[in-house]
Design a binder for this molecule. Structure first.
Ligand SMILES: [Zn+2]
Length: 86
């Protein structure tokens, strides 16, 4: 699964550090670093996951196991798709 962590930021002086390096405390003031995420990319991915369109399940992602209602929605959508093709 893709990580949306972009960098680490100091909670006190706002110094930023690369997420690639294992920083935990600020080198400037010794305060805790806070992980910053690419919220736009994360939100787009979440929107895609919540749609549960039949195309997603057809492409190999098993959307049916998210919860009970997701499974029934996917099943009905697939049945409707099959009816259209034949
Ligand atoms: Zn700092």
């Amino acid at each position: 699964m893709k990580s949306y962590l972009t960098h680490l930021e100091c909670t006190y002086c706002n110094a930023s550090y690369s997420a690639e390096e294992p920083h935990r405390l600020c080198g400037e003031c010794g305060k805790v670093l806070y992980p910053r995420y690419d919220l736009d990319a994360a939100r787009i991915a979440l929107d895609r996951n919540s749609l549960r369109v039949p195309r997603t399940s057809a492409s190999g992602l098993n959307v049916g196991d998210i919860d009970g209602s997701g499974w029934s929605v996917a099943s009905v959508a697939q049945a409707a798709d099959g009816a259209k093709i034949t």
